[in-house]
Design a binder for this molecule. Structure first.
Ligand code: ATP
Ligand code: MG
Length: 249
C-alpha cells in the first residue's frame, strides 16, 4: 500500500529550480532514507509534503488522495507529522508540556480534551524512553534526549507518516545506534517514515530503501547496499566518504 506518492514535483524559488520532476513512493511500513548534498532540496521536499511551501508542477498524494494545496494543519490532521515544525521544543517548558502541544495539534487533536492530551503525551514520552524526564525542563535534556523529545512531540500527533529532518545530527556513535533503534521502534509501532539525514552510517542502518537527490533530481533509489555502492552516487555525492559509509571502500 502506498502511504505517500510524490509525482513529478517541480519547485522553483524565483529563477532557481530546486526540484525537477521528482517522483517517488513511500510504501506503508517502510523507512525511506532521503540523502543528497547540502542545498539539494531535501528540506524543501519535506516542506512541500507538509504543505508549508507550495509547488508549481506535480502532485503529492497521501493515502491515495491528492493533498496539493492543503494547509499544513489539514495535512497534519490527516496524519503527517514532522519533527520540529509545529512546536520546536521550548527549553523552559517541561518535556510533558512540550509533548502535550503535539498531542493538541495532531489528528483528532481538536476534539482531544486536555486530560486526553496529557495521557497521549505521557504515552509518547514513555515510548521514547523519557518517562523519567517528564517534569524536567526540556532545556536540561542532553542531545539524544532532546531528539527523543522531538520525536515524542511528533508521535503525540498520531502520525501515519513521520518526516524526520536531520534528527541524528550532533549525536556520537553510541547515540546514533540508539537513535537508529528508536526510529525502527517507531516504525514497528505502525508509523511509515521518511528520514532526511547526512550521517551516512545512520542512514545506511536505518533505511529499508534510500533515495538520492542530486542537482534537484532523483538519481537513484533502492536498497542501501545498492545505492551506496552505485558509481554515480559515489561520484556525485559520497566521494571519499564512501569508505566511511560501507567500511569497505
Ligand atoms: N523559502 C525559500 N526561498 C528561497 N530559496 C529557498 C527557500 N527555501 C530553500 N531555498 C533554497 O532552496 C535550495 C534547497 O534548500 P533546502 O533547504 O531544501 O536544501 P537541503 O537539501 O535541505 O540542504 P541541507 O542538507 O543543507 O539541509 C537552497 O538553495 C536554498 O537556498
Ligand atoms: Mg535541509
Amino acid at each position: 500500500m502506498k502511504t505517500l506518492e510524490v509525482i513529478g514535483v517541480t519547485k522553483h524559488f524565483g529563477s532557481i529550480t530546486v526540484l525537477k520532476d521528482v517522483s517517488f513512493t513511500v510504501w506503508k511500513g517502510e523507512i525511506l532514507g532521503l540523502i543528497g548534498p547540502n542545498g539539494v532540496g531535501k528540506t524543501t521536499l519535506v516542506n512541500l509534503i507538509t504543505g508549508a511551501v507550495s509547488y508549481s508542477d506535480g502532485d503529492i498524494r497521501f493515502l491515495g488522495k491528492s493533498i496539493r494545496g492543503f494547509k499544513p494543519h489539514q495535512i497534519s490532521r490527516l496524519g503527517v507529522s514532522r519533527t520540529f515544525e509545529v512546536a520546536p521544543p521550548s527549553t523552559q517548558m517541561t518535556s510533558l508540556e512540550n509533548v502535550m502541544v503535539g498531542a493538541f495539534f495532531g489528528k483528532r487533536g481538536r476534539q482531544r480534551a486536555a486530560r486526553a492530551a496529557g495521557k497521549k503525551a505521557e504515552e509518547s514520552l514513555d515510548f521514547m524512553g523519557l518517562a523519567a524526564k517528564k517534569y524536567v525542563p526540556a532545556g536540561s535534556l542532553n542531545v539524544l534526549e532532546r531528539r527523543r523529545l522531538e520525536i515524542a512531540i511528533a508521535l503525540a500527533m498520531n502520525p501515519k507518516l513521520l518526516l524526520l529532518d536531520e534528527v541524528m545530527a550532533g549525536l556520537n556513535s553510541t547515540e546514533l545506534d540508539e537513535a537508529v533503534e528508536l526510529v525502527k521502534r517507531v516504525r514497528d509501532a505502525g508509523v511509515t517514515i521518511l528520514v532526511v539525514e547526512h550521517v551516512m552510517r545512520a542512514i545506511a542502518k536505518v533505511s529499508d530503501r534510500i533515495l538520492v537527490l542530486h542537482h534537484g533530481k532523483k538519481i537513484i533509489e533502492g536498497a542501501p547496499e545498492k545505492v551506496l555502492n552505485d558509481r554515480q552516487v559515489i561520484e556525485a555525492y559520497l566521494g571519499k566518504r564512501h569508505k566511511d559509509v560501507t567500511g569497505r571502500g
